[in-house]
Design a protein. Structure first.
Length: 285
C-alpha cells in the first residue's frame, strides 16, 4: 500500500512563522512535524510515499534528501551520533513529490496523486497531524481494511466548540470502536452536526475516490473538500469509521502546536526530567 501526505497548505494560522517556513516543518520537540507522519507510515509497513507540496515547500524535500556537505562535516568532526541521525532521515522511505499548483482544498490535493496511486487502495495522512500510539493509527485502519475491504477513516469525539473545524459523521455502531458511516458533513455548526465524532486526518481510501473527487463541486470555503467527495463515495461503497487507539496531537493552529510541544517535551526520556524541574522552579517564583 502507498501513502499520500498532503502538505501544500499555506499555514495562515501560524503567520508570520510560516511566511517562508512550511507549517509541516515546524518542530515538535526535536524533529519536524511531517517526519512523525512519515515515520508512522513506515511503522505500518508503507514504503512508497507521495508528499503533495506547493510553493515555498522545498525545505520538506531537502529535509528527506541526502545532505552530503553536512554529512562530510559531521564525519570529519567525528560526530557519529549526529551523522547516523542525518543519514537515517534520508533513508526512511521511497519519498516522491508533486505540487498542488493552486490552493483548491484537500480533495484537489488528493486528486494530484491519482497517477501515482493508479488503481490501488491507498492511505492518506495529513502532514500536520501527529499520532502517538503503540500500533500506528494508519496500521489500525489497514487492519480493518483487510477485514472489511472498504474505505476506513479515523475518528474521535471532539468538543462542541471544535465541531465547526472538523468533518463530522453520522453513524451506526458495528462494534465498540467500529462504525458504519451514514453521512459526512464538512465543518458544520454544532447545532447542525449529526454527531460529535470528527474525522481526524488519517484515511484508507479505495481508488474510486478519484472519480468522486472529479465530480465534487467546490464547497466549504470555495474549496474541493475530501469530505464532500467521500459523501459521493458513500453512495456507491461502504465507508467505515474507526475510533482509533492512541492520542492525536492537532498541529493545526498555534495553540495546538504549543501544547503538543509542551506535552511531548515533558514526556521526552532525555529532555523531560530536566524540563519538568525547570518548569516547577518557574512556577514557584
Amino acid at each position: 500500500m502507498k501513502a499520500v501526505i498532503p502538505a501544500a497548505g499555506l499555514g495562515l494560522r501560524f503567520l508570520p512563522l510560516t511566511k517562508e517556513q512550511p507549517k509541516e516543518m515546524l518542530p515538535v520537540v526535536d524533529k519536524p512535524t511531517i517526519q512523525y507522519v512519515v515515520e508512522e507510515a513506515i511503522g505500518a509497513g508503507i514504503e512508497d510515499i507521495l508528499i503533495v507540496t506547493g510553493r515555498n515547500k522545498t525545505s520538506i524535500e531537502d529535509h528527506f534528501d541526502c545532505s552530503y556537505g553536512l554529512e562530510g562535516i559531521l564525519k570529519v568532526q567525528n560526530k557519529s551520533h549526529y551523522l547516523e541521525t542525518v543519514r537515517s532521515i534520508s533513508n526512511l522511505a521511497n519519498i516522491h513529490y508533486i505540487r498542488q499548483k493552486e490552493q483548491r482544498g484537500l480533495g484537489d490535493a488528493i486528486m494530484t496523486a491519482s497517477k501515482f496511486i493508479g488503481d490501488e487502495t491507498f492511505a492518506v495522512m495529513l502532514g500536520d497531524t501527529v499520532n502517538i500510539s503503540e500500533v500506528p493509527v494508519v496500521k489500525q485502519l489497514k487492519d480493518l481494511y483487510d477485514k472489511y475491504r472498504c474505505s476506513v477513516i479515523a475518528v474521535e469525539p471532539v468538543s462542541r466548540e471544535k465541531i465547526k473545524d472538523y468533518g463530522i459523521i453520522r453513524y451506526s455502531s458495528i462494534s465498540e470502536r467500529v462504525f458504519d458511516i451514514q453521512e459526512l458533513v464538512e465543518k458544520p455548526s454544532p447545532e447542525k452536526a449529526p454527531s460529535n465524532m470528527g474525522i481526524t486526518g488519517t484515511y484508507i481510501l479505495t481508488p474510486r475516490i478519484f472519480e468522486c473527487i472529479s465530480r465534487t463541486k467546490p464547497g466549504y470555503n470555495g474549496e474541493i473538500q475530501l469530505t464532500d467527495a467521500m459523501q459521493l463515495l458513500l453512495k456507491e461503497e461502504r465507508i467505515l469509521a474507526y475510533q482509533f487507539e492512541g492520542k492525536r496531537y492537532d498541529i493545526g493552529d498555534m495553540l495546538g502546536w504549543l501544547k503538543t510541544n509542551m506535552e511531548l517535551s515533558l514526556n521526552h526520556p532525555v529532555y523531560g526530567p530536566e524540563l519538568r524541574k525547570y518548569i516547577t522552579e518557574i512556577l514557584k517564583k
